[in-house]
Design a protein around this ligand. Structure first.
Ligand SMILES: [Zn+2]
Length: 492
């Protein structure tokens, strides 16, 4: 009996016309679901609001929950379900179908039979526009050190192509692989540590400058060295440079999608920062994950109290990698660090909640507006905690150890996920001492931390003042040591 889920998607003006053909595994009532959320944004989005109704080739289908339909199965012959999906959510996590762009996050629009997450999938896609007859010649020059010249293509996705569509080994893989198509997509590829990387983008080509490609190559090389290997064979940086002001990225295991706008600004600084952050999520959440998220349950809110480990460490290291890999200077890095410190201290420095509480509350108000003085950002207070841990470990071991040892230990030891207690124990193991007070004050508490972080930064030659907020280099030699991963492992 075939377990294949076979989808067809036709792009239309602001809609996707979708069908799912599958062979039922048994007779009786069959629940059909659409995910209510997507990894990367821990908040119920109820994508089912974009579906008015579903029709079935056989048997009665009726709506039976917010994101659930129930189909009566009377034989094990294949069934085809059809529906239209409203595709007008122009961000990195939504779906967009228009005359010059088709962007699909399969997780937002593809229904699946109950417990069908591990079934293999095939998807065939028709574009809402015609494909140009000729491939334009590359318009920018790339130095010989870079392996492949940029070209243009019409679609980009990390899935394996199959006929006119794609195959995925499971629904899980399919919905972790966004798809983008346009009459013209910038495309550039190179290898790092044996892994094939792609930079693909829709939008004005001046954004995909030689400088940008070289920056990506540098931090990719560095991050793979830092983590001692990459957990995949290929990875796609997908971009959509859009007309409106925008800054949004979503992480996936084999790709990231980044939406940046408006088109007429210099996007370089924002893109390198966002791309470095999203790449590090390949380790920190895509492959090393809190227990509660292993595997992802797309049908309910999954509460976890370690969002700050995912986003805080990634925010902190994403910027630090740019400096450590030579993409930005020490001065530029100190400016970025100050920017992140301000985002915590000036917005949330006096907030009532701890990082643990705000992590649990992601599902309530983790994104967008929140009650003033309530939450802290898992990104920016989380980054402050990551900085403090890195500095404490470096100070105790005189840079012979660093936060890198924590990440490498997480990679080795958390293959079945981790809890907050597991994370505490692992850091204490690297630090070789209990850190109960640290966790109580920085992670579980809400007291102001300006004085404490200022004291820690002296060790790396930085002077931090809170009012007005300033971060200055006091000792460049001390600061230089901070750019090294750690002195035991210089193989990066
Ligand atoms: Zn992130």
């Amino acid at each position: 009996m075939s377990r294949l889920l076979r989808y067809t998607i036709e792009g239309e003006d602001r809609f996707l016309s979708i069908s799912l053909e599958f062979t039922p595994q048994r007779v009786g009532p069959q629940e059909i679901h659409l995910p209510i959320w997507r990894p990367g944004r821990y908040q119920a989005q109820y994508f089912a609001k974009n579906i008015a109704g579903i029709t079935s080739s056989r048997g009665l289908i009726r709506k039976s929950g917010l994101s659930t339909w129930t189909l009566t199965i009377d034989s094990l012959d294949p069934v085809v379900l059809s529906y239209r999906y409203f595709a007008d959510q122009p961000d990195a996590g939504g779906c967009v179908s228009q005359s010059d762009l088709l962007y699909i996050n399969f997780i937002a629009c593809l229904i699946l039979p109950d417990r069908g997450e591990n079934r293999p999938c095939e998807v065939n896609i028709s574009l809402p526009f015609s494909i140009p007859p000729a491939i334009p010649t590359p318009a920018i020059s790339i130095p010989p050190a870079i392996s492949t010249l940029p070209g243009y293509r019409v679609n980009a996705c990390s899935l394996t192509t199959y006929g006119s569509g794609f195959r995925a080994k499971s629904y899980r893989e399919l919905v972790d692989s966004p798809f983008i198509a346009a009459p013209e997509i910038f495309s550039y590829s190179w290898k790092s540590h044996g892994v094939q990387f792609f930079i693909e983008g829709v939008g004005p080509q001046q954004h995909f400058s030689k400088r940008l490609l070289q920056a990506y190559e540098r931090f990719v090389d560095f991050q793979i060295g830092y983590m001692e290997g990459f957990p995949g064979k290929k990875y796609h940086f997908l971009h959509w440079i859009c007309p409106k002001p925008f800054y949004h990225g979503v992480e996936h295991t084999a790709s990231t999608m980044m939406v940046m706008g408006p088109e007429d600004r210099d996007s370089y600084d924002d893109l390198i920062g966002l791309a470095s952050h999203e790449l590090f999520h390949v380790w920190n959440v895509a492959t090393i994950r809190p227990k509660e998220l292993l595997p992802y349950d797309y049908t309910r809110a999954v509460i976890f109290d370690t969002g700050w480990v995912i986003e805080g460490i990634t925010t902190y290291l994403g910027d630090w990698f740019l400096w450590a890999s030579g993409v930005v200077t020490a001065d530029e890095y100190v400016g970025m660090l100050l920017g992140n410190l301000k985002l915590h201290f000036e917005r949330d420095g006096e907030s009532k909640q701890s990082l643990v509480e705000s992590s649990i509350d992601l599902w309530l108000d983790g994104y967008g507006q929140a009650l003033p003085g309530k939450r802290v950002s898992i990104y920016f207070k989380g980054a402050l905690v990551a900085l403090a841990l890195d500095l404490m470990i470096r100070q105790k071991f005189n840079h012979q150890r660093s936060l890198r040892d924590v990440l490498l230990a997480m990679k080795a030891e958390f293959k079945k996920g981790y809890t907050r207690t597991d994370f505490y124990a692992l850091v204490e193991n690297v630090y070789e001492a209990p850190l109960s007070d640290f966790w109580r004050i920085w992670v579980e508490g809400n007291e102001p931390l300006g004085k404490r972080i200022g004291e820690l930064m002296v060790f790396v030659g930085l002077s931090f003042k809170e009012s007005p907020m300033q971060l200055e280099i006091q000792n460049a030699a001390l600061l230089a040591s901070f750019a090294l991963a750690n002195s035991q492992k210089q193989n990066i």
